[in-house]
Design a protein around this ligand. Sequence first.
Ligand code: PSV
Ligand code: MN
Ligand code: MN
Length: 426
Amino acid sequence: MKINHHRIQDTNSKDLKSHQDHFDFSANSLSKKGVDINTIIKKLQDFQVAIPSWALGAGGTRFGRFSFYGEPSSLEQKIEDVGVLHALTQTAGAVSLHIPWDIPQDYNAIKDLANSLDIKFDAVNSNTFQDQKKAKESYKYGSLSNATEAIRQQAIQHNIDVINIGNKLGSKALTVWLADGSCFPGQNNFQTAFQNTQDSLKAIYNRVPSDWKLLIEYKPYEPNFYSTVIQDWGTSLMLANECGEKAYTLVDLGHHLPNSNIEQIVSILQLKGKLGGFHFNDSKYGDDDLTVGSIKPYALFLIFNELVYGMENNPQNPDLAWMIDASHNVKDPLEDLIQSLEAIQEAYAKALLVDQAQLKEAQLDNDVVKCQEILQDAFRTDVRPLLAKARLDRGGALNPIKTYRSLDIRNSLIKERGKNTVATGL
Ligand code: PSV
Ligand code: MN
Ligand code: MN
């Protein structure tokens, strides 16, 4: 399924006049404040977020899964779905694959398809949290941290295989997320588990191509509920430092204990030049993987404020691998991803509005009230007309959800793929 760009333009035409009015109003008021609108629009257009292959089907929970029908059941179909998202939003120009769920059969055909939809291959993700069919060893008690050498070796080899697959597609990063840990006190020796993980990661790192990054993701709990080997950003940073300069920490918004100051974490990692990737989602309680910005939009804005500061002031930190990491049970996954993409762009645009020079001055004056006013003034600005303009100029939809619905895309997918589709995923 491929969206015809003319159909997007047709849908846009009905809303062009009201968009123009809203845009003119925003552009005028922001210009009066000295904001360079065109630079912001260009930055929004350049900001591309990878869609994970596992978010395109209804995710479900361990209690059940309710299909949305017409979900993709092959890698080709997953890439086509990302193509739909990208055509509408113009901000989903990459896909992140999970191996072995997404092993390509025909590399050239997959690359051609992605190319035709203007989609790049972002970080590849390894999977040592599930046992695979025909695997000799089990990861029930851990993978890279396991006390048994043969199990560690199998997990190391899997990561090397993932690098080789990613290399053939043009990926430039390997993301390692480990479920390793323990469920009960005494089950594991913390030091041995950490040391094994460090040694295993180093063995993988030695096989990372020179123009690649190794992204090390952390998470405090789940699926293990007593301890997790790579539990927090400090542990991830220690491991990245041990591995070397191509290794970085990856921050997933859902992987923190309640009330953690994530904006401070990303800020310090950038200062140290060690923030490599970012997984967007939102949560109320834990790793809920909810739609980005649906629960804590102000926190997301504060995080973006630090990311923007880092992108402008920390040349020691590389470009980040941006990805949405969410899975859903009750929404059409494509609609949900459109909402997430919009929330990301919105937080980014608002962070770009923060007057950094004024903020610095207010900080030096210890004018706490003014500091807060500067941030909240940016946060309270309606930037949606800027986002719409950024999309429109690239051929995207003025209102992606509305266009998705008026083009009846889900029903076309159901007609094409049928009802009984099963997407590979969590
Ligand atoms: C784990 O909760 C996680 O967020 C990691 O990023 C994984 O790669 C992803 O989910 C899906 O496996
Ligand atoms: Mn993640
Ligand atoms: Mn997660």
